[in-house]
Design a protein around this ligand. Structure first.
Ligand code: M6R
Length: 340
């Protein structure tokens, strides 16, 4: 996991080089799109959450996350005319995802695959257009480099749907990620602050919500920590009651986005109640309101999630080792690989 985290700058560079020339193909396929439907599980589903917020906020198209059981269990046909179905899978071989993409096609959707499984993977072969990430083989069970390269593919998808963002911002991503790997912030303080805790709340809003979900998943699968990932809007509607001296909060935000003031206010509320609040990103203002913090990338909000997860991946790996867990092979989990 540690070496795959370190490979991310190169993986992101290679993926952007491969996929940016495909923006025009996305534009042609997506021309009549009125809605997007993302199909994914696990980490790939968290990449889809980023895609949803990015495309709704910056390309003005309604997005939904598919419930694969409608296709595979209830076997119900829906009218998907005008829908662009986007299946996301590291392996490109998760059967439920391939089956649901095929269902979407039969229901009238145009289809895109985002996968690290290569152009010959079942998912890529099923789709009208394949955006193949170039992360290299990922061996550790917890996805890292395949996740951030999926986010890069989402950015390319958004550009093809005429998102009102500056494509040149993507050039800055690999270097920003490199800097975070070299200096993620106060990892030791967060490891110390979480090592004896039964649970943690991980929260972010808007584009950073995807990062909160993905960090919570990493902490669950690799550290066996009861980590609850949710938007801070939802946190305030009840779940904040679980935050106390035994249950800290990790709050994630881009350094300059519209969700930063609310994240800072929440950090102040958490620490004011006597619990620890750990910041991820959010610049110096979130750091000042937090018990301890990890750095975020020096990137605009729309593309910040490509770097925001990186210190969280490092935290997961370090905490797993502190807890005596091998993060590469957590208990009870198998990975569908690109060659299965
Ligand atoms: O190969 P896929 O992306 O389709 O796999 C889906 C999930 O099983 C996978 O993302 C899983 O959640 C990750 N290994 C978690 O790190």
């Amino acid at each position: 996991m540690r070496s795959e985290i370190a490979e991310q700058p190169a993986a992101l560079r290679a993926t952007l080089d491969a996929l940016l020339p495909q923006v025009e193909e996305v534009r042609r396929l997506g021309a009549r799109t009125r809605q997007l439907l993302f199909i994914a599980r696990g980490t790939s589903d968290n990449a889809a959450v980023y895609g949803r917020y990015l495309i709704e906020a910056h390309a003005g198209r309604l997005c939904a996350l598919a419930a694969p059981s409608i296709a595979t269990t209830y076997r119900r046909r829906l009218d998907l005319d005008g829908v662009l179905a986007v299946a996301v899978s590291q392996s490109g071989r998760t059967e439920e995802i391939v089956e649901t993409l095929d269902w979407a096609k039969e229901c009238g959707a145009r289809t895109v695959a985002i996968t690290n499984g290569g152009p010959e993977s079942p998912l890529a072969l099923s789709a009208d257009l394949a955006l193949c990430t170039v992360a290299g083989e990922e061996k550790a069970v917890p996805a890292t480099k395949t996740y951030t390269t999926q986010l890069a593919a989402m950015a390319v998808l958004a550009l093809g749907l005429d998102a009102d963002v500056n494509a040149a911002d993507l050039d800055r991503v690999p270097d920003a990620v490199e800097k975070l790997i070299e200096n993620p912030g106060d990892l030791d303080a967060l490891v110390d602050g979480l090592a004896d805790k039964p649970g943690v709340v991980v929260s972010g809003r808007g584009l950073a919500f995807s990062t909160a979900l993905e960090l919570a998943l990493k902490l669950k699968e690799a550290c066996y920590l009861h980590a609850m990932g949710l938007s801070y809007a939802d946190l305030l509607h009840g779940p904040i009651a679980v935050v106390d001296e035994d249950t800290p909060a990790i709050l994630v935000a881009a350094q300059d986005g519209p969700t930063l003031p609310g994240t800072i206010a929440l950090a102040e509320r958490v620490t004011g109640a006597g619990a620890a609040s750990f910041g991820v990103g959010g610049g110096s203002r979130l750091a000042a309101a937090s018990t301890a913090s990890l750095h975020g990338p020096d990137l605009p909000e729309w593309v910040a999630p490509l770097g925001l997860i990186v210190p969280g991946q490092l935290l997961t790996e370090a905490l797993a080792r502190r807890l005596g867990i091998d993060p590469d092979a957590p208990r009870g989990l198998n990975k569908v690989t690109q060659t299965d």
